[in-house]
Design a protein around this ligand. Structure first.
Ligand code: PLP
Length: 397
């Protein structure tokens, strides 16, 4: 068997170098082992893969195209390509792992998905996957977020999900994660926890990466076909790191390809103003895994902020931490302001309104283009910006 130099699997304990692992209450360890065993079986199972691939193709709309952004390219002097995850059903890459997790849950005999959501994007993708798979769905959401994210809450309800309002603490994502996990600990025999990014205790980072790696596999073949060569640069935005690890995984073994993860600098370098965990974090443990973590002076997870709510997580996926440590992937930052500019720039030059999350990658791709004339730059356009229009107009028009 061919062994990978960079694109490694985790150890049996779930570590990528120093990062990852499984920090769990004792009573859940056996269940997580069952999830791990089921995943390792089904990922190579013919029926499972044919069912999943059928859904990805006919339901989610894959393969998503790679588009050569001609106008943007001629303006900035490099060849800029976009991997169009914004064209997926539900408008982002999150449907890829949501369908995978839901199908895995169903094969394991579970009848319910439990998830938490902040801005509601993950909740909508999971509620969608639960609907198509015929599973019940409990979405935990902070009471304040329920008010703030009304359109997504309504979407989830229409899709048949049960929204559980979380009234404790700051009434936002942090408490929603805690309460969802407590509920799951009581219901794990019939329910599956559906994590929303390449984070959490082992085996979830491995599972999410597997289901998102379709982006990188497609993109590599599409670049060879469309551009006649691999890209010189690949870039993607990083919240927990699922869309990024999905596209990066297709290029990690190609040493000619330089890879950049883009973190949100938000309003600045100070604690509480950004969500750049790799850049400003220190090693720590959050939500059952070890990673680079934004921390306050007492070592507790700090408040994370970004104009793009899908990026404001204080931790980052363990495989990214490993790829940073060995230097295979470079991690850099883009500010709120740069992201907003890129949001308008892509809209006006190409007629594509990107999600604010994806706008961070677009901004970075444009910076790379300005410094590297004639090179091929592949940007992962993780989602579409319809959800952000009202907010952008209110704040930045
Ligand atoms: C949720 C989201 C992200 C961030 O999540 P990752 O796990 O880091 O990919 C990025 N882009 C869009 C459009 C999202 O909805």
């Amino acid at each position: 068997m061919e062994t990978n130099k960079y694109n490694i699997m985790p150890t049996k304990d779930g570590f990528y170098g120093n990062y990852g692992g499984q920090f769990l209450p004792e009573e859940l360890k056996a269940e997580f082992q069952r999830i791990c065993d089921a995943f390792l079986f089904y990922k190579d199972d013919k029926d499972f893969n044919s069912e999943l691939n059928n859904l990805l193709k006919h339901y989610a709309g894959r393969p998503s195209p790679v588009y050569y952004a001609k106008n943007l390219s001629s303006k900035y002097g490099a060849e800029i390509y976009l991997k169009r995850e914004d064209l997926n059903h539900t408008g982002a890459h999150k449907i890829n792992h949501s369908l995978g997790e839901a199908l895995l849950a169903k094969k394991m005999g579970k009848t319910k998905l439990i998830a938490e959501t902040g801005a509601g994007q993950h909740g909508v993708a999971i509620a969608t996957a639960a609907a198509i798979m015929g599973l019940d769905c409990d979405i935990y959401m902070g009471a304040l977020d329920i008010i703030k994210e009304k359109p997504n809450v309504e979407r989830m309800k229409i899709l048949g999900a049960n929204i559980v309002s979380v009234e404790s603490g700051t009434k936002t994502l942090k408490e929603a994660v805690d309460e969802a996990f407590v509920a799951y600990s009581k219901e794990y025999q019939t329910a599956m926890y559906a994590i929303g990014s390449a984070v959490g205790p082992h085996p979830f980072p491995m599972i999410i990466e597997h289901f998102q790696s379709v982006i990188g596999r497609e993109a590599r073949a599409q670049m060879l076909e469309l551009a006649g060569a691999l890209p010189d640069f690949v870039t993607a935005c990083i919240g927990g790191g699922s869309n990024a690890i999905g596209i990066f995984s297709g290029f990690l073994e190609d040493e000619s390809v330089q890879i950049f993860g883009v973190e949100p600098l938000g309003k600045g370098e100070k604690s509480g103003e950004n969500a750049a965990s790799m850049t400003y974090g220190k090693d720590g443990i959050i939500h059952g895994f070890k990673c680079r973590l934004l921390q306050d002076s007492d070592g507790h997870p700090a408040n994370a902020y970004s104009v793009a709510s899908g990026l404001d997580y204080p931790g980052v996926g363990p495989k990214h931490c490993y790829l940073n440590e060995i230097g295979r992937v470079k991690y850099d930052v883009i500010s709120d302001k740069e992201a907003i500019n890129a949001f308008y720039e892509l809209s006006k030059t190409e007629g594509i309104i990107p999600a604010l999350e994806s706008s961070h990658a677009v901004a970075y791709g444009i910076k790379l283009a300005q410094k590297n004339p004639n090179k091929k730059i592949l940007i992962n356009l993780s989602g579409r910006g319809d959800k952000d229009i009202e907010f952008v107009l209110k704040q930045f028009a």
